[in-house]
Ligand binder design. Structure first.
Ligand code: NAD
Length: 503
């Protein structure tokens, strides 16, 4: 039996119960259908086959989940931090124990290749462990004495929060939000993306098996304009942690205005990788290829704009074309596959639409630019060259395995091209000139910058974007700043003079 066949056999076992029961909501410790009884079907992007039916929730389901989260909040916030830590470590154990199931189901649900998804499942466990250990210091504050007062600060969890996640690496991204929220002492209502509901359900089961009290984590499935919108408008939900498109972030901000919702946004990106002539070109090539063609290019931090210095551009592009044409497109459950199918038809149409746009705009399709196969949403890894920065293919987030190469003459030209865009999530700089790296990284408009490196995750560092790429930071202590309220308390140290009125 081939590795692919073995994975398919295992997947069928894992999916059997979803196929039978569908995916329900989980509210206050109970599996529940949508109150209206409505469901929708989720399909695999591999062959468009039905995976299962999913609860299609609305405002009433969100009301029930928000109430469950509100009821569970006092006891959860008052639980000893060591106990919260223990439960979150148990969740990490549970994720590790079910990592294969999570990876295979996620591949089938999203089209992501198993070579990446097996690591993504384990990263979910790392997220839980990291924030579990930090639960002990989440409430720590400062002592800021003044002449008359002993001023202290402390942090308290903000309350029940909403977590809204997208369909690209949905499991890992949901743990990135849910783990710090729980560690801080918040309760959660999670609305996963409608296109990838399977692993959110598995996470819920792991939470229950780990002894997470009922109502602390609630799962409500459904569409953004219905369930998602109701969550962002709910008065009992004190904050929304959202990962998704910039335009959805903008809608959520409006929807949350009446209830003065605190928001944390991780949004889109069109990230530059800038390669100077003095760089280690071999490593720069590896990193550029990896950062756009791994995870199907459906990655917010992908290096989707390649900026090449004129003197090395032609040769670099030549070598890039060779590599791109050799990328193995195939079944996501085949361990040899590097690129799987795109998540769904609408997204497939969006990504392939840019092939025509590129030609209309006068760019060259130097690799790919076509669908692969007749069923499923497979596209060839694609490279656009002869592009300029004013083209849509250089400005818009395509969110697929599509790279736009641009050229620059010197540092200032590179910076101008890199910064002339609405996004500001990540930037990658390749140079062996230290002072240049310092100059460029200082001026590059991005929340996260790597010099001579691809994106390498380090959980204590701040993760997030500027401009249209986001508001707020995750990671380290920054996550707790979002999920918690700062409180100041001043204790008089003596009998300081209090102004007397009305005497
Ligand atoms: P999306 O914005 O379409 O959907 C994300 C989630 O928002 C889904 O759960 C959806 O149901 C919900 N939603 C949609 N409309 C809503 C509304 N009006 N109110 C409340 N919720 C609503 O995004 P997507 O297509 O699922 O994901 C891809 C996008 O996510 C890309 O732009 C990508 O760059 C971005 N992303 C960013 C990061 C980051 O860290 N910056 C990470 C991953 C993905």
């Amino acid at each position: 039996m081939s590795d692919l066949d073995q994975n398919l056999a295992k997947l069928n076992q894992y999916l059997a119960r979803f196929r039978g029961q569908g995916i329900e909501n989980h509210i206050g410790g109970k599996n529940l259908p949508a109150i209206s009884g409505a469901t929708f079907n989720t399909h695999s992007p591999v062959d468009e086959s039905l995976i299962c039916s999913v609860a299609k929730s609305g405002k009433k389901d969100i009301d029930a989940a928000a109430q469950a989260a509100r009821n569970a909040f006092p006891a959860w916030q008052d639980l000893q931090a060591t106990e919260r830590r223990g439960i979150l470590h148990s969740m990490a154990d549970g994720i590790e124990a079910r990592a294969e199931e999570i990876a295979l189901c996620e591949c089938w649900d999203t089209g992501q290749a198993v070579r990446f998804m097996s690591k993504a499942a384990l990263r979910g466990a790392e997220n839980f462990r990291f924030f579990a250990d930090r639960a002990l210091s989440a409430r720590d504050g400062q002592v800021l004495p003044s002449a008359t007062l002993m001023n202290v600060t402390t942090r308290k969890p903000i309350g029940p929060v909403g977590v809204i996640t997208p369909w690209n690496t949905p499991f890992m991204l949901s743990t990135w939000k849910i783990a710090p929220a729980l560690a801080a002492g918040c309760t959660v209502v999670h609305k996963p993306a409608e296109f990838s509901p399977v692993t959110a359900r598995i996470l819920m089961e792991i939470a229950e098996d780990s002894g997470l009290p009922k109502g602390v984590l609630n799962l409500v499935n459904g569409f953004g304009d219905e369930a998602g919108k109701a969550l962002t408008e709910h008065p009992d939900i004190k904050a929304i942690a959202f990962v998704g498109e910039s335009k959805t972030g903008s809608m959520i901000m409006k929807q949350g205005a009446d209830t003065l919702k605190r928001v944390h946004f991780e949004l889109g990106g069109k990230n530059p990788v800038i390669v100077f002539e003095d760089a280690d070109l071999e490593r720069a090539l590896d990193a550029a290829v990896f950062m756009i063609y791994s995870l199907n290019g459906e990655r917010c931090t992908s290096s989707s704009r390649l900026l090449l210095q004129d003197s090395i551009a032609a040769e670099f592009e030549g070598r890039l074309i060779e590599r791109v044409n050799k990328i193995k497109v195939g079944h996501p459950l085949d361990p040899a596959t590097e690129l799987g199918p795109l998540i769904h038809k609408t997204h497939f149409d969006k990504v392939t639409g840019y092939f025509e746009t590129a030609l209309k705009e006068g760019a060259t399709i130097s690799a790919g630019g076509k669908q692969i196969g007749e069923s499923g949403y497979f596209v060839a890894p694609t490279l656009f060259t002869n592009a300029s920065n004013d083209m849509k293919i250089a400005q818009e987030e395509i969110f697929g395995p599509v790279l736009t190469a641009l050229r620059f003459s010197d540092e200032w030209d590179a910076l101008e091209i890199a910064n002339e865009i609405k996004y500001g999530l990540t930037g990658y700089i390749w140079t062996n000139d230290l002072t240049r790296a310092l100059r460029i990284s200082d001026r590059l408009e991005a929340g996260m910058i790597w010099v001579n490196s691809e994106n390498v995750r380090h959980l204590p560092t701040p993760f997030g974007g500027i401009k249209a790429s986001g508001i707020g930071r995750d990671g380290g202590d920054w996550s707790f700043d979002f999920y918690m309220e700062q409180k100041h308390i001043g204790f008089a140290t003596g009998s300081h003079k209090i102004p007397k009125l009305g005497i």
